[in-house]
Ligand binder design. Sequence first.
Ligand code: DAT
Ligand code: MG
Length: 148
Amino acid sequence: MERTYIMVKPDGVERGLVGDIIARFERKGYQLLALRLIHPTRELLEEHYADLKSKPFFPSLMTYMTSGPVVGMVWGGKEVVKTGRVMLGATNPLASAPGTIRGDFCIDVGRNLCHGSDSVESAEREIALWFKEEIKAHKRTIEPLIYE
Ligand code: DAT
Ligand code: MG
């Protein structure tokens, strides 16, 4: 099953939007495979955002992401990586369509509430980084109501 790493950033946790974000993925039909409240270290975030290290906004991104706990989740299902990003909206919330998480709840790119893996490969890398324990597969009884 395809998996993705979805993370509610510190602003989303502090603003009480975790439940809404989870509800969107649940209602869509995706399967929650793992969930954890994490106080991320700078080291963990530097590895998570390793490809952005040379960007001018990297220091402010680190300050933002270490400002409070995050909620990390693994969601599974058909094309969940790509669809998860559609549900999140564009990186810049002002360019995000209404109906998406960022389009509905935020304004600034430096306060864009949530993270979603950008490819199947980065999803597996991020899941291994944020969840050290084994993630068990569980076959849902409702599967035939979601997939034909
Ligand atoms: P995404 O989170 O949509 O995958 P990304 O991986 O390119 O986007 O960047 C990671 C985060 O870094 C993004 O969610 C917010 C921040 N960021 C990206 N581009 C930025 C910019 N131009 N100015 C400020 N922050 C930025
Ligand atoms: Mg990204």
